[in-house]
Design a protein around this ligand. Structure first.
Ligand SMILES: [Zn+2]
Ligand SMILES: [Zn+2]
Length: 243
């Protein structure tokens, strides 16, 4: 299994720096997790859009889903051009407005998931945990070939993240805030809390993501490592992790 970071900025994209998007691949099968602002253009540095037929959206904040509309239009145009014959399957929390927006565009379909769901998508088994965030949001675990990737998406720290992420081969944890800030109020995690999750889950490799647009980002890594897991680094666009 491979994971390519497409983008990792929280809230809004930087210049040439997309928001949330992660390309998970195994044996030629591709799954996109989140399609935030800036993801669709950056994604094409690594793969033809027609080679991805499944997109999971963790929640409906713009930094995680705003580019999905353009993705639907690309599938519509490319189907008419004869460049693909497969529909685009979009998965997300139940939402009648999003479902209609997706299914109003030909060659696309929508499926909802919740905490009880287990999705089998190609070689990947996907399970979910409900987060603490202002809108319905899920952490996701992707398993394949006895390996696992856990992505927290956006959430305040909660102890039940630890068993969900236990022994992950790759943990991609949000780290929106610096040590000492208030994560509970905003629905996000500080570097200290990301460090607690990294250490107590015993994750083998950890990426800090959903990064803030201010401060010295390396302070986040220093702070998170203090909790005991040494295998922590910042997510960067284009980064490829072999799992
Ligand atoms: Zn976000
Ligand atoms: Zn959010």
């Amino acid at each position: 299994m491979e994971c390519r970071v497409i983008g990792m900025w929280g809230g809004f994209p930087k210049k040439n720096g997309p928001c949330s998007g992660y390309l998970i691949q195994h044996d030629g099968f591709s799954l996109l997790i989140d399609c935030g602002s800036g993801v669709l253009t950056a994604l094409q540095n690594y793969i033809d859009l027609n080679e991805i037929d499944h997109v999971i959206l963790t929640h409906y904040h713009y930094d995680h889903f705003s580019d999905i509309g353009a993705y639907l239009f690309s599938r519509l145009v490319n189907t008419h051009l004869g460049k693909t014959k497969k529909e685009l399957s979009v998965y997300g929390p139940e939402d009648d407005v999003v479902k209609k927006q997706v299914e109003d565009v030909a060659y696309s379909r929508f499926s909802s998931f919740n905490e009880k769901s287990q999705l089998e998508i190609g070689p990947f088994t996907c399970t979910f945990k409900r987060n603490i965030h202002p809108v319905e949001t899920y952490s996701i675990k992707i398993e394949c070939d006895c390996k696992s990737v856990v992505f927290t998406s956006d959430t305040s720290f909660t102890h039940d993240l630890i068993p969900f992420a236990a022994n992950a081969d790759l943990l991609i944890t949000e780290c929106s805030l610096y040590e000492g800030m208030d994560g509970a109020a905003s629905g996000h995690m500080t570097s200290e809390q990301a460090g607690i999750l990294a250490h107590q889950s015993n994750a083998k490799k950890v990426l800090l993501t959903h990064l803030p647009h201010y401060g010295n980002l390396t302070d986040l890594v220093v702070s998170a490592k203090k909790l005991g897991n040494p295998n922590i680094e910042l997510a960067e666009p284009g980064m490829l992790i072999e799992i």
